[in-house]
Design a protein around this ligand. Structure first.
Ligand SMILES: [Zn+2]
Ligand SMILES: [Zn+2]
Length: 154
């Protein structure tokens, strides 16, 4: 690409069933499009990526697949400048992973939920309230009702 004229651009499509973006980030069904443009400063990346990450709901601990999306715009300088944070290597290699990893981590919800209105687990018996109510609430009410009954009897 760097041998082409300024303004030359090319699109790269990505599709991986499983992709290790970094040591701490694996994504399934990774898909993306990267458009690279040769500019006077180097190579300009304009990309859109998405993938699924296995995670668990913070309320009910059910395993969920989080769909994460990333939109990237980044200039990779060329020739590589020692002060540039991102540059195309002398060999012409452009490593997308560091920028992608950072952006995907930022895009990830900090408290993932299986669904927005997840009811969570009963702190008493551990029943998943999404599957229905447990008996704990009833047991709580019964002693109070008995006191009330006694008062009424008197
Ligand atoms: Zn949940
Ligand atoms: Zn319960």
């Amino acid at each position: 690409m760097l041998r082409e004229t300024i303004g030359y651009n090319r699109q790269f499509d990505f599709e991986f069933p499983l992709l290790e973006v970094a040591d701490d980030l694996d994504l399934a069904n990774f898909r993306g499009v990267a458009r690279l443009t040769h500019t006077a400063q180097g190579v300009y990346l304009h990309g859109q990526f998405s993938g699924e990450r296995q995670s668990e709901c913070v309320r009910c601990l059910t395993e969920i697949n989080q769909r994460i999306k990333s939109k990237l715009e980044q200039l990779y300088e060329f020739p590589p400048n020692p002060l540039a944070e991102f540059a195309v290597e002398e060999s012409g290699f452009l490593d997308l992973a560091p920028v992608l990893r950072e952006d995907l981590w930022l895009a990830m919800p900090q408290y993932p939920l299986c669904r927005p209105d997840c009811r969570g687990l009963c702190p008493n018996c551990g029943q998943n309230w999404n599957d229905g109510p447990c008996n704990c609430a009833n047991e709580d009410i019964n002693p109070r009702l008995e006191v009330l009954k006694k008062l009424l009897d008197n």
